[in-house]
Design a protein. Structure first.
Length: 250
């Protein structure tokens, strides 16, 4: 799950462009599992442009602080060092004060955050993408998603990413939830949006972006989750949320 979250954020992808909606991955190929910090470092060292500073994010919409106990578990920053700085993400090494007064270090990735779009056609079909994710050296079927630019509102980013990646626009938007997929080593957050009223148009992908657009019945997409053909974190979460929206009115 950690590796998937980092790769989903990275945009270091090699994708295949086309409209072959009959594609079905037949197996879950094994990837090379490295510690998440060093996977991020490998991505960052390959980047040449000096990026602006990123700052750790606070808790966003859809996630509330726990109130189950009065016991103090807070760790306080004593010092902070940016160990690696990349175009997409930064790796930091902080020294912290522990709840018992002791000290320790924390290594983590600072991420700008991303949006995930759940695009639904009038008949209930889903708009999905097939992309090659280089860290795991295999293709994945995913929901459209993308990094939030500096100063960009979540919904603005969702609309931009849907059109840029797929060529589709949507007339109806609903905020679904915000999740934090990598809390052990990153402040990355994912803001989910439901998009309806889809209209086709022209995509605006980057020169190094390659993907295939798929139109899949919702029931079939859930079957793919069950049998492992869809096994990428944000997409599994998005499909389960859509199921609850349709079945229980969430």
């Amino acid at each position: 799950m950690a590796l998937l979250a980092v790769s989903a954020a990275s945009k270091e992808v090699l994708r295949n462009e086309g409209q072959n909606s009959s594609f079905l991955p037949d197996s879950q190929e094994s990837g090379i599992f490295l510690p998440a910090i060093w996977l991020a470092v490998a991505i960052i060292l390959a980047m040449k442009n000096e990026p602006p500073d990123l700052h750790p994010q606070g808790v966003g919409r859809g996630c509330k602080d726990t109130e189950v106990s009065t016991t103090t578990l807070t760790e306080t920053e004593l010092s902070s060092e940016t160990v690696f700085k990349g175009r997409l993400m930064h790796v930091k090494l902080d020294r912290v004060r522990l709840p018992d007064g002791g000290e320790s270090t924390r290594e983590y990735i600072v991420h700008p955050g991303a949006v995930v779009v759940i695009p639904v056609f009038e008949n209930g079909d889903l708009l999905l993408e097939r992309q090659h994710r280089y860290p795991l050296h295999r293709d994945f079927i995913e929901l459209p998603a993308g990094k939030i630019d500096a100063g960009e509102a979540d919904l603005t980013c969702a609309k931009r990413e849907l059109e840029e990646e797929t060529g589709y626009t949507a007339s109806e938007w609903r905020e679904v939830t915000t999740i934090y997929p990598c809390i052990g080593y990153s402040d990355e957050r994912l803001a989910f949006y439901l998009a309806r009223g889809l209209e086709p148009g022209n995509h605006g992908r980057d020169p190094d972006e390659f993907l295939e657009i798929l139109r899949v019945p919702f029931g079939e997409a859930l079957d793919w989750v069950r049998n492992g053909k869809i096994c990428e974190t944000k997409t599994v979460i998005g499909l389960f949320w859509l199921e609850k929206i349709l079945d229980r009115g969430w």
